[in-house]
Design a protein around this ligand. Structure first.
Ligand SMILES: Cc1cc2nc3c(=O)[nH]c(=O)nc-3n(C[C@H](O)[C@H](O)[C@H](O)COP(=O)(O)OP(=O)(O)OC[C@H]3O[C@@H](n4cnc5c(N)ncnc54)[C@H](O)[C@@H]3O)c2cc1C
Length: 362
């Protein structure tokens, strides 16, 4: 089955596929750098070291077997020694993928060369289009050095809600790299982004209030806006891959593990003699549950601290990972549902049914 495949974009999904081009049989793969692509920016990519991500985990910058979710009146601490939470720099991941891709003969071309070619298939990894007024996960993170040792390097704080909740759901994501250095990210789930000062002041206030620490130096900064919910493809005429192929988990923003699942199943199908095709790596029920959760967070964000701590408290570390990576059984889904406060979810289900956004921003 000789064929030529072009992939538009050279981010995570395109490069993860390119690094495995040797598994595509006789297919020739070209990665197309779009003319309109912005300058690449580095950021941390977090993931649990689930099966298939061993190589990414080996090259990660740091890992934690314990992670926590904290609110004013509750704290959940979860542990999984077998599949710790890892973070790596996106740019170093992309560089490693590129080296591997080059060794497998992948071509890196521009749009002009792409347009002059005759590929049998084209896949698009350019960003998907969010519906109007979509919920956004938006954040600014500072990698800081503080004035005295305060961080607990044994634990990654996935969500600490002890911050200003007046503008919508807001939490700190804290990845400690030493007792004095950490990535501290002020993160919100709301339809509107905030001015940069809001996140920076929130980080400073959080460090002072909860760690009695002040920032000595800022080592790095990252920021992002990730649309949540069901997103339309960048170009409906071209099949998508990665975030543009439905890989973003609608209510979490975690994408890396799902891109891996999407590519892994495409390669298995390909090796079984089928054409190359990338399917959305989420089950319908998980997308539905995320849709209801997003509705609750949009309309009643004050429930968020209770909701996330209750969910985390009800699960073991291993169950939490299975839920977050789309591997939950029905038993586990019911366990999560039982742990949630009931009133917001009943309201969320009815509101979700009548208010799903449909229009897409062009
Ligand atoms: C700051 C930040 C932190 C994140 N942290 C995590 C995390 O911890 N864990 C996790 O799982 N996910 C995380 N994500 C999400 C994750 O990085 C993305 O979902 C992932 O990169 C998706 O891969 P992709 O290949 O689909 O898209 P990308 O890697 O974004 O690649 C998109 C491609 O399209 C190109 N492109 C972009 N805009 C245009 C345009 N206008 N026109 C043409 N081409 C364009 C880009 O140059 C690139 O080649 C984070 C995202 C950000 C921004």
């Amino acid at each position: 089955m000789d064929s030529e495949v072009h992939v538009l974009g050279d981010g995570c999904a395109a490069m993860m596929l390119a690094a495995r081009a040797n598994e595509l049989g006789s297919t020739t793969l070209s990665i197309v750098r779009p003319d309109a692509a912005p300058e690449p920016k580095d950021h941390m990519l977090g993931f649990w070291a689930t099966p298939g991500l061993e190589s990414a985990a080996r090259n990660a910058r740091f890992s934690w077997s314990t992670w926590s979710v904290i609110s004013d009146d509750a704290k959940a601490e979860l542990v999984c020694e077998d599949q710790p939470y890892h973070v790596m720099h996106k740019t170093s991941f992309l560089e490693r993928c590129r080296a591997s891709a080059v060794s497998h003969g992948v071509r890196f071309i521009d749009e002009k060369t792409h347009a002059a070619g005759h590929p049998q298939s084209v896949f698009d990894t350019r960003p998907p289009r969010p519906p109007e007024n979509a919920m956004l996960q938006h954040f600014v993170g500072l990698e800081v050095e503080v004035d005295h040792p305060v961080f607990d390097v044994s634990t990654a704080v996935l969500m600490d809600f002890r911050v200003d909740q007046s503008q919508g759901m807001h939490f700190m994501y804290v990845l400690p790299f030493s007792t004095t250095t950490a990535l501290v990210e002020s993160t919100m789930f709301t339809p509107q982004t905030m001015p940069r000062e809001f996140y920076l002041e929130a980080i400073e206030a959080y460090l002072f209030t909860h760690h009695n620490a002040t920032i000595k130096s800022i080592l790095r900064e990252e920021q992002g806006v990730i649309p949540m919910g069901t997103l339309a493809p960048h170009d409906p005429a071209i099949p998508g891959l990665g975030a543009n192929g439905g890989a973003i988990r609608p209510a979490s923003g975690y994408t890396f593990a799902f891109i891996h699942q999407q590519i892994q199943s495409a390669l298995v199908r390909r090796q079984n003699g089928h054409g190359l095709k990338f399917k959305r790596p989420h089950k319908r029920v998980d997308v539905w549950m995320d849709g209801v959760l997003l509705t609750v967070l949009r309309h009643w964000p004050h429930y968020a601290p209770r909701l996330f701590t209750r969910m985390a408290q009800s699960l073991s570390g291993e169950e939490f990972i299975r839920f977050m990576t789309g591997k939950a059984s029905w038993r586990l889904r019911f366990k999560v549902m039982r742990a949630m406060p009931k009133v917001p979810f009943i309201r969320g289900v009815s509101k979700w049914m009548f208010s799903r956004p449909r229009r897409v921003v062009q």
